[in-house]
Design a binder for this molecule. Structure first.
Ligand code: ATP
Ligand code: MG
Length: 729
C-alpha cells in the first residue's frame, strides 16, 4: 500500500498536497513555514516515518530536535502513537542543548580536561562553602552575585539577578561579540563588565572547566569549528536533520545545525515566525529569512490551513496577530466547523476567576482542558483551589520557587515569633520589616542580656526612644493576638498593623525590587490562607502544596486537566482553553508596556505572539478571563482582550460609544477619531492635552502618551462621544 494511504488508515490523518510534498522532500534543504495547527509537527513526524519505512534509513541517522525536553517527549509520544504498530525502531527526539552537551563532554574527555556544571541542581558540598566565605559555591547564581557585588559595591536585588541571567543567555545565544556587549540593552549597572568577569572566572578559576547551560552551545559550536574529525563524525552520523519550532532557535543553535547538516544539507526546518516567543533569550527569526541565502537550492513551502481549531478561533487569532507589524504576512484559515464564540469574561474579583475556572472544570465531561497563564505564580492559588476541591491536574512546568521566597519565609517567621516572643533569632530576621523600629543595637542588647523572657519586656525595661514607647507594647500585643487568629487575618495583621507592607514598599524603592511582584507573593499567601483555621494549618498547607506542585508533573497521562504557562504550551492542543489573569501589567507585562510607550515595539510584539500561541492551542472552546480587582487594587483588562473584543463584537463595542449626555460637536466631522480608527501607535490630537500617540488600548480604556503632559489613561467612550480626539496626519 502507498505510504500515505497506509498513514491515513493508521492515523486517520489524510495529508494535504503540501504536507505530502514536504514528507517526500527528503534530500536537500527544506523550509516549512506555516501557521499554527497547520500540521507542521504532524508532517515532521510523518517524514520521519517515511524515512524509516520507505527510505529504510536507520533511526540513528536521524536527528529530530525541538525547543525543550518536554516538547521532545511530546513529539516522541506523537510519533509512537502514529508508528508504534508499524516499526520498532526508536528515533531519538531531543534538544539541540542535549546534543551540544554530548559533544562538549566528548571533546573535553578526549583532551583529558575535567569540567563542572555550574547550573541546575547545586550539590551539597558546594553549598557548604556558604555565601560569605572566600570561596563562593561554584554555581552560576552565586558566582554572578559575588561578581555583581564586587563590581557594583552593593547587594544584588533578585530582579537584577534575573535580568543579568537573561542578558547573559541572550548575548551568548546571539553570539554577541565583546565590542558589542554594551550595545545590548540591560538595566543592570555594568552588566557587560560583570559578564566579562564571569567568563574570566569560569576559565581561570580551577583546573576544571566551569560550564553553564549556555556554554554548552557556545562550546559545542567552537568545538565543531575546530575539531574537523569530530565534526565529520557527526556529519556522517546524522544524514537527516529535522528541527521543529525552529523560530525559537537561537543564532548559535542555528549555526550548530548548519554545520552538522553539511555537506548534503538534508535539513528540514519547520517554523512559524508568529510563534517566536523566546526572543528575550536569543532566538532569531531573521535567520529563517536567510534560509534561501544560505541554501540557494532550498525549497520553501508554506501552509495556512488550520486543522486544529474552530472557525471562530482561527478567524479571531488570524486577525489578532495582524496587530504586529514585524511579521511575514500570511492568512490562516480553516475548513473546520464553527463551534462556539470565544468567551470573554471580565469578573469582578480575582477570587471570582478561581471560582469560575474551578466550576467550569468541574462541569466538564472528560474533554482535554488547559488553563494557561503568563507567569508561573498564577499557578499557585489555582493549584491550591483545585486541590481543595479535589480536582487533580498535570502541571507542565514546575516552579516551586514561590515556596522558598524570602517573603514566605518572613511571614512564617512572624507567625513563629507569635508563638514565642523570646526567640531573638527569629526576631533578628524580621525586626527591620515591622513598625516596632527595633534597631540592630537593640538586637545586640537583647542577645547580651539573654533574659529568656519576652523580648518586648526586656526592651521595655531598657531606656526606649520616645517613638518606641508606644510602638513596643503595641507590637507585643499584636504578636500575642496573632497566634489566636486564623491565618488569613494574621497575614492581614502582619501586613497592615505590623507594617510589613510599608516596609516592603520602602525596601523595593531602596533596592530597586519589583514591588508589584513582592505584593503578589503576599496576595498569593492570603489566598492560600483563606478558609484555614490556625497558623499551624497554614504552615502545613504550604508544605503540602509545595509537594503537590512538585509531584504534579507525574500526572501527565492521569489527568485531562493541564496547567501551563503560555510558553510551555507551545505545540500542544486541547479541546478547551482558559487563558487566565489577562490584565494589563501581566499580559502584556509592565515592562512590555513601558518599553512600548517609549516606541520600542519588540517586547510588545513578542507579548502579542505569546497571546497568539495561547489562543491557537484551543480546538473548540476558548475563554479569556480577567477581573477588575486583585485584592483591593483596581486592575484593567488586558489590552489584548480589548483587541479580541474589537474583532468578535465590533457592533457591541461601537454601540457602547454612542452619544453621551454632554453636547457634542459634529461627530460626523471627518477629522475626529472614530472607534474603528483606534490603533496602537496612531498619532492623535487631544483637545485638552495636545499631541500624543495611542500606546495602549484595552477594552473601555485608551492609553495615550502625550508630548506635553506625559502618559494618560482615558475612557474611550468619553473621548469619542465628546469628539475629544482628532486624527493627526
Ligand atoms: P503548532 O504550530 O501549534 O505547533 P502544528 O502546525 O505543528 O501546530 P500539528 O500539531 O501538527 O500542527 O497539527 C494540528 C492538528 O491538526 C493535529 O490534531 C493534527 O492531527 C491535525 N492535522 C494535521 N494535518 C492534518 C490533515 N492533513 N488533515 C487533518 N488533520 C490534520
Ligand atoms: Mg507543532
Amino acid at each position: 500500500m502507498d505510504f500515505f494511504n497506509l498513514m491515513e488508515e493508521q492515523t486517520g490523518v489524510r495529508l494535504n498536497e503540501v504536507q505530502k510534498q514536504a514528507v517526500q522532500h527528503t534530500e536537500g534543504p527544506l523550509l516549512l513555514l506555516a501557521s499554527p495547527g497547520s500540521g507542521k509537527t504532524t508532517t515532521l513526524n510523518m517524514k520521519i516515518g517515511y524515512l524509516l519505512l520507505e527510505k529504510k534509513v536507520r533511526p540513528e541517522r536521524i536527528m529530530a530536535v525541538t525547543f525543550s525536553k518536554a516538547a521532545a517527549r511530546d513529539m516522541a509520544d506523537r510519533f509512537d502513537h502514529f508508528f508504534s504498530s508499524l516499526t520498532d525502531e526508536k528515533v531519538n527526539f531531543s534538544t539541540i542543548h542535549s546534543f551540544a552537551f554530548k559533544v562538549v563532554r566528548e571533546s573535553l574527555r578526549k583532551n583529558g580536561q575535567a569540567f563542572q556544571l555550574i547550573e541546575g541542581d547545586i550539590n551539597e558540598e558546594e553549598l557548604k562553602k556558604g555565601f560569605d566565605g572566600p570561596d563562593v559555591p561554584l554555581h552560576k547564581k552565586f558566582i554572578l552575585r559575588r561578581i555583581y557585588e564586587d563590581t557594583n559595591g552593593v547587594q544584588a536585588p533578585d530582579d537584577d539577578m534575573d535580568e543579568l541571567m537573561t542578558y547573559i543567555s541572550y548575548v551568548k545565544n546571539r553570539m554577541v561579540g565583546d565590542k558589542e556587549l554594551e550595545k545590548v540593552k540591560c538595566n543592570v549597572k555594568n552588566a557587560a563588565d560583570i559578564y566579562r568577569s564571569y567568563e574570566r572566572f569560569k576559565k581561570s578559576h580551577s583546573d576544571q572547566v566551569l560550564l553553564d547551560f549556555d556554554d554548552m552551545l557556545t562550546y559545542c559550536h567552537q568545538i565543531l569549528l575546530e575539531d574537523a574529525e569530530l565534526l565529520s563524525k557527526y556529519q556522517r552520523q546524522f544524514e537527516y536533520i529535522l528541527t521543529d519550532e525552529s523560530q525559537d532557535n537561537s543564532v548559535v543553535q542555528h549555526e550548530i545545525v548548519e554545520l552538522l547538516a553539511k555537506p548534503q544539507n538534508n535539513i528540514c526546518v519547520v517554523a512559524d515566525d508568529d510563534q517566536s516567543i523566546f526572543m528575550w533569550r536569543g532566538s532569531d527569526v531573521t535567520k529563517l529569512l536567510q534560509f534561501e541565502k544560505i541554501y540557494p537550492n532550498a525549497t520553501v513551502l508554506t501552509m495556512s490551513q488550520n486543522y486544529r481549531s474552530s472557525q471562530e478561533i482561527v478567524h479571531t487569532a488570524n486577525r489578532f496577530i495582524k496587530r504586529n507589524k514585524n511579521r511575514y504576512p500570511k492568512e490562516m484559515f480553516t475548513e473546520n466547523e464553527s463551534h462556539q464564540p470565544i468567551e470573554i469574561k471580565a469578573l469582578k474579583k480575582y477570587d471570582d476567576q478561581l471560582d469560575y475556572v474551578t466550576e467550569a472544570i468541574r462541569n466538564s465531561s472528560g474533554e482535554e482542558i488547559a488553563v494557561l497563564y503568563r507567569n508561573n505564580s498564577s499557578a499557585i492559588p489555582l493549584a491550591d483551589r483545585l486541590d481543595k476541591e479535589g480536582i487533580g491536574f498535570y502541571m507542565r512546568d514546575i516552579d516551586a520557587k514561590f515556596f522558598k521566597h524570602w517573603i514566605v519565609e518572613d511571614i512564617l517567621n512572624f507567625m513563629r515569633f507569635s508563638y514565642n516572643d523570646r526567640r531573638i533569632d527569629v526576631l533578628e530576621r524580621i525586626h527591620t520589616k515591622m513598625n516596632a523600629y527595633i534597631s540592630k543595637q537593640q538586637i545586640a542588647y537583647l542577645k547580651r542580656r539573654n533574659t529568656k523572657e519576652s523580648v518586648f519586656d526586656t526592651l521595655l525595661e531598657s531606656e526606649l526612644p520616645s517613638y518606641q514607647q508606644k510602638a513596643i507594647p503595641k507590637a507585643k500585643k499584636l504578636f500575642q493576638d496573632l497566634n489566636q487568629m486564623n491565618p488569613y487575618k494574621a497575614i492581614r495583621t502582619i501586613r497592615e498593623k505590623l507594617g510589613y507592607d510599608h516596609a516592603i514598599g520602602k525596601m523595593a524603592d531602596k533596592f530597586g525590587f519589583n514591588a508589584e511582584q513582592l505584593f503578589s507573593v503576599l496576595d498569593n499567601l492570603e489566598q492560600i490562607a483563606e478558609g484555614l483555621g490556625s497558623l499551624k494549618d497554614f504552615a502545613f498547607r504550604l508544605k503540602e502544596l509545595e509537594r503537590l506542585i512538585q509531584t504534579s508533573k507525574f500526572n501527565k497521562n492521569k489527568s485531562s486537566l493541564t496547567l501551563t504557562t503560555f510558553h510551555s504550551a507551545k505545540g500542544l492542543e486541547y479541546d478547551k482553553v482558559y487563558m487566565i489573569d489577562l490584565i494589563n501589567g501581566v499580559v502584556p507585562s509592565k515592562e512590555d508596556m513601558d518599553r512600548y510607550r517609549k516606541s520600542e515595539t519588540d517586547l510588545m510584539e513578542e507579548a502579542v505572539r505569546l497571546f497568539y500561541v495561547g489562543m491557537t492551542r484551543a480546538r473548540t472552546n476558548l475563554e479569556l478571563l480577567s477581573y477588575q480587582y486583585k485584592g483591593n487594587e483596581r486592575v484593567s483588562e488586558s489590552m489584548f482582550v480589548g483587541n479580541v473584543k474589537k474583532i468578535v463584537q465590533p457592533a457591541a463595542m461601537k454601540s457602547s460609544t454612542k452619544k453621551g449626555k454632554r453636547p457634542v460637536p459634529d461627530l460626523n466631522d471627518e477629522r475626529l477619531l472614530k472607534y474603528e480608527d483606534i490603533e496602537l501607535g496612531r498619532e492623535v490630537f487631544h483637545k485638552k492635552f495636545g499631541k500624543g500617540v495611542i500606546s495602549e488600548y484595552g477594552g473601555d480604556q485608551i492609553g495615550i502618551q502625550f508630548e506635553d503632559v506625559g502618559y494618560k489613561e482615558l475612557l474611550v467612550k468619553v473621548c469619542l462621544n465628546n469628539g475629544l480626539l482628532i486624527k493627526f496626519y
